[in-house]
Ligand binder design. Structure first.
Ligand code: FES
Length: 102
């Protein structure tokens, strides 16, 4: 069973923002998109650039380095030059805490 770990308080990630949190040994980019949370390993599958610098656009996350795009709901690459997915984490809110699980 997946183990959820508290990584942030809800107040730390208002809508339209993102932060980088730690999940075990991974840096994780945590986004609040209109009140929904999405979490990805903070590393583009193309060349390891932090995805926490990326843009959210139309249900996708775009890497700032070379424009690869990833589906927010699956982590799958939707536009080159990335072809592999990025690791996505499950996110839940418990009270005022945001928790993620791999
Ligand atoms: S490092 Fe992300 S598109 Fe190249």
């Amino acid at each position: 069973m997946a183990e959820f770990i508290t990584v942030a308080k809800v107040a730390e990630v208002p809508p339209g923002t993102r932060i980088v949190v730690a999940y075990r040994r991974d840096d994780v980019a945590l986004f609040n998109v209109d009140g929904r949370y999405y979490a990805f390993e903070d590393r583009c599958s193309h060349e390891d650039v932090p995805l926490s610098d990326g843009f959210i656009d139309g249900g996708e996350l775009e890497c700032t380095a070379h424009g690869a795009r990833f589906d927010l709901n699956t982590g799958k690459a939707t536009a080159p030059p990335a072809f592999g997915p990025v690791r996505r984490y499950e996110v839940r809110v418990e009270g005022d805490e945001i928790q993620i699980s791999r």
